[in-house]
Unconditional design. Structure first.
Length: 273
């Protein structure tokens, strides 16, 4: 290959890398998982963020910024239009796309909530038809852990006892835990939380802002750092394993919950403030 040919290949590679970096830079200051959680696809997130940065654009610059295929970009734009997150104005033969105010995402969430609330009574009725209730359910990933935690929040009773929350549990994010314990407090549920020593500094930071209301917190002795966490709520137990892709088990059994409660009280009495 000639020098000019080699230079051309190098230049092409640089352009590809620069193009990729432009896409990646959109995610540096935000967590796209939040947008995935409300139902947007990965392509929809890329296109929407690209449009927010461009302000107003035809499809071409969006293609360059997202590195998505032409057909994917056009299909995604149509989906975002249907969801009320993008508008367009036809100029000659081209469409000029513009993002709606990001606050409209809240309207999109409200619409989804309203639609779900309409079918909720029917879903609850179908659940009531089943005489056999599963005693054990297994969940995977961050979403699965959230599901367990909110199931436990609705378990009844006025006490929430936690055994052994490790530092890895902060992968849920400060905002999630603050919101979760505020919801717990609004339900007048008192918490006794037995954390790993590694969570002490994080706990100080969060409690300094006035969060974690109606909660007593103690810590294991230094050096004891299990990755598992057990939450006891009424007649239910949540067992969480805080690994890279967390795993959770939800157990609905009164006798087992009572047994874990005795175990908790034994550890609580020996723990340090």
């Amino acid at each position: 290959m000639s020098r000019s040919g080699i230079y051309s290949v190098i230049l092409q590679k640089r352009r590809i890398i620069e193009r990729f970096n432009r896409v990646e830079s959109s995610y540096n200051n935000m967590d796209p998982q939040i947008l995935e959680d409300i139902g947007l696809t990965n392509a929809e997130i890329k296109v929407y963020i690209a449009l927010l940065e461009l302000g107003s654009s035809t499809a071409g610059p969006i293609l360059d910024k997202t590195n998505l295929h032409n057909s994917v970009v056009h299909m995604t734009l149509n989906k975002l239009i249907d969801k009320g997150l993008v508008t367009y104005l036809k100029e000659g033969k081209r469409n000029n796309y513009q993002p709606t105010n990001p606050k409209h995402i809240l309207d999109y969430i409200d619409q989804k909530k309203e639609r779900f609330e309409k079918i909720l009574p029917e879903l609850l009725a179908k659940q009531g038809l089943s005489k056999e209730k599963p005693e054990v359910m297994m969940f995977r990933g961050i979403r699965g852990i959230r599901e367990i935690l909110f199931e436990l929040l609705e378990a009844g009773g006025k006490e929430h006892h936690t055994i052994g929350s490790p530092l890895e549990s902060v992968m849920m994010g400060d905002a999630f835990w603050i919101d979760y314990h505020q919801k717990r407090a609004r339900k007048k549920i008192k918490a006794k939380l037995l954390f790993n020593e590694s969570l002490r500094e994080w706990t100080k930071k969060v409690r300094a802002t006035g969060h974690y209301p109606h909660a007593e917190i103690k810590f294991y002795a230094k050096g004891f750092e299990p990755l598992s966490e057990t939450i006891i709520r009424n007649d239910q137990i949540g067992i969480l394993l805080w690994v890279e892709k967390p795993i959770g088990i939800l157990v609905h059994n009164k006798e087992l919950a009572e047994s874990y409660e005795k175990y908790f009280q034994f550890l609580w009495d020996k723990a340090k403030n």
